[in-house]
Write a protein that binds this ligand. Sequence first.
Ligand code: NAD
Ligand code: UD2
Length: 307
Amino acid sequence: MAHFLVTGGCGFIGSHLADRLIGDGHRVTILDDMSTGRLENKPLLAKLVVGDVADPDAVHQAMQGVDGVFHLAAVASVQRSRELWAETHRTNLSGTVTVFEAARSARNGNPVPVVYASSAAVYGDNTATPLREDAATRPLSAYGVDKLGCELHANVAWAIHGVPTTGFRFFNVYGPRQDPSSPYSGVISIFARRVAQGEDVTIFGDGEQVRDFVFVGDVVRFLVKAMERQSQGAEVFNLCTGRPTSLLMLLEVLQELCASRVRRLHQPARAGDIRVSIGDPARLRATFGEGCRFGLLQGLSATLTGE
Ligand code: NAD
Ligand code: UD2
């Protein structure tokens, strides 16, 4: 049995991870400021420390004696980073540096490994399809720039401080517990709820923008595998399926699954929005021996039933 810190563990992805770790018999401490996290997401057996990931004291305390850290706390929204630039920067970049710094000496003065969330947003307006990890990073949003900053600081964490890290560039993650009520939430959670309730959906732009949607169950599996694998360096992987889905296709599938037709309201594309975002999962597969298992139909069905 090991002891892990999960930052952002009351959020969407973090809480699924915490469930899995507890289910595997591990001890879990969660550090979360509850800004978008929810108490009902917390596994009963996990210990919750309410605190800010950019506060060195809170992070240092929460991390004492752990065997590894999963760092998922962030303001996980491109749109939000546009509205609250400096504030999101503090959490998304300073918070990560704070985690790396505390990880230098978390276990009896020695470094512990950190597995952390980066994002496909680091590729920005790079239109290569599919995007390989060595593709040029040209983030368009403060969110994407901060996630790229996390990866650069991960190099420092390893080269200067001996903290091993694995960063995953999550593409568009979806699944149960993603908050459908927030306008900043992922598009699948918003559309799934609205289609199920027969309500209009808003499409920013023409709906032909394309995403690589990844089911949360796959994300959790790779996070755990990365911790087990014990990176010796500062590695970065796409966490993606390699399969393209346009928003219009997504809406079609959801309408089929819900046996419901809804109206599409179009608004101008969001500033900084990416047209096409498809990842190449080759490095992920080569390193971990498998790719994502969930197809869109299976993942959407699970999302709609909340299981
Ligand atoms: P989420 O909003 O559900 O979870 C983030 C959690 O972090 C929340 O519980 C929130 O309360 C907490 N948090 C926010 N600011 C904090 C702070 N200053 N101190 C402590 N806790 C704080 O989002 P999510 O979708 O579960 O995202 C998890 C991670 O994955 C984030 O790093 C996000 O950037 C990254 N990511 C998500 C996606 C996606 O499609 N959902 C894609 C790429 C990357
Ligand atoms: C970005 C990142 C993703 C992740 C996520 C965190 C890219 C390519 N992806 O996702 O990796 O970090 O941010 O939030 O940068 N949309 C609508 N109607 C709605 C909601 C969304 O049309 O009601 C559109 C939106 O304009 C975008 C697409 O749907 O074109 C997907 O939006 P999103 O907010 O789910 O995620 P995205 O791609 O900005």
